[in-house]
Design a protein around this ligand. Structure first.
Ligand SMILES: [Zn+2]
Length: 171
């Protein structure tokens, strides 16, 4: 496995364990060239899951793309990569349960939002603003006020995220 740090091609597995549902194996690896550690996941190859885009075109489900999108929403938030991986596992499983092996981008968005909301409210709002591409500012605030009615936002969001709010306003 190529090291993400130095691109060296020599590593050893330091830890190996199955995911909670047993559908994948998580391996911690140590690069023998630069010593940095990274994680790989091994899973059974199956019929590719197809994503139906807004314009009706289809493309294979890209786990990495979704991971990057969610990580962006979680920037500077107390959300671990492992939590995000688990979230994507859930999305993949929900989509994979459908016999047709197809899922629309909006279905993915809703699934992610449902899970992300339980993990971190700020990340949830960020993701919502991108994924739902709020047509107007009112629907954005509707989303926020529905969050504010939720007790769990008290205190947990720290100083709030005014930068993000003003950026959204400018867009
Ligand atoms: Zn390395």
């Amino acid at each position: 496995m190529k090291c993400p740090n130095c691109e060296g091609n020599d590593d050893r597995v330091v830890d190996s364990r199955p995911s909670e549902d047993g559908s994948s194996i998580r391996r911690r690896r140590e690069c023998l060239v630069c010593g940095s550690r990274f994680t790989t996941y091994e899973r059974v190859e199956s019929v590719p899951l197809m994503v139906i885009k807004k314009d009706g075109s289809r493309q294979p489900f890209d786990r990495q793309k979704l991971l990057i999108g969610i990580m962006k929403s979680c920037e500077k938030r107390p959300v671990t990569t492992q939590q995000i991986e688990q979230l994507i596992d859930q999305v993949e499983r929900a989509a994979g349960n459908a016999l047709k092996r197809e899922i629309t981008t909006s279905e993915i968005g809703e699934l992610v939002l449902k899970q992300l909301r339980k993990i971190d409210e700020v990340a949830y709002i960020r993701f919502a603003s991108v994924y739902r591409a709020f047509g107007d500012i009112n629907s954005f605030f509707k989303e926020i006020s529905s969050l504010l009615q939720n007790d769990s936002i008290d205190g947990s969001s720290g100083g709030g995220d005014e930068d993000f709010l003003s950026r959204t306003w400018e867009e």
